[in-house]
Write a protein that binds this ligand. Structure first.
Ligand code: FE
Ligand code: ZN
Ligand code: FE
Length: 218
């Protein structure tokens, strides 16, 4: 294989790697989306699929600016991340929310890998004063970051523990199943911790709040 002996060649090589990664993702993201249950998660994945197709086009434009052929070079990293994601998502989950949580985790691994790859390529394009390439790559980098932020937001909202349990057990079962610490803790987080601690009463005031969870086992 030819050696890479200039920063320009290195940049082209990096772009070929990213190009391959993005092309893989245009096939992988729809599979994740199909397995997702939550509407917002599906929408986010579908939207990012469209962005990914645009990113492929931007890379093709970047090759043009550099006077290089549009060509990918197998990205072993992305291949592995996609493979691992498919493995995890394919497990049996007792609840669809749990699978959604795994899909989010897999997608965020993808985004972080892309963010790293674009960040390095942008630095190298900047060194080479390839302003137009920098601009194209930065546009894609911003989309990757926004996708990652959206996934973080979904990670905190998609899995609804109380609703998941309520589906199985009905409303009364919900309280019993979710348990005192989770559901009461949520309702009372602003007002009641101190009252709870003093209602339990035993022990020093300072330690009562912090060790409150343990007192359930008495
Ligand atoms: Fe991408
Ligand atoms: Zn790669
Ligand atoms: Fe992405």
């Amino acid at each position: 294989m030819a050696s890479i002996d200039s920063m320009n060649e290195l940049l082209v090589d990096e772009l070929r790697d990213i190009y391959d990664a993005e092309k893989r993702l245009t096939k992988a993201i729809p599979k994740l989306s199909k397995k997702a249950t939550n509407d917002d998660l599906r929408d986010a994945l579908d939207q990012h699929l469209q962005e990914t197709e645009g990113q492929v086009a931007r890379l093709e434009e970047a090759f043009g600016h550099l006077g290089e052929k549009v060509r990918g070079k197998p990205c072993a990293g992305m291949r592995g991340i996609i493979e691992e994601g498919n493995e995890h998502v394919g497990e049996d989950y007792g609840d669809d929310d749990l699978r959604d949580a795994v899909i989010i985790g897999s997608a965020q691994r993808v985004e972080h890998y892309e963010i790293a790859a674009y960040g390095t390529a942008i630095a190298h394009a900047r060194l080479l004063e390839q302003d137009e390439v920098v601009r194209l790559l930065e546009e894609s980098l911003e989309e990757e970051k926004a996708a990652d932020r959206k996934l973080t937001e979904l990670a905190e909202s998609v899995v609804n523990l109380e609703a998941a349990d309520a589906e199985d057990e009905g409303d009364e079962g919900e309280l019993a199943l979710v348990g005192a610490s989770v559901s009461r803790g949520r309702q009372s987080s602003s007002a009641r911790p101190r009252a709870t601690a003093s209602a339990r009463g035993k022990g020093s005031p300072a330690s009562a709040g912090r060790t409150g969870g343990r007192s359930r086992s008495r």
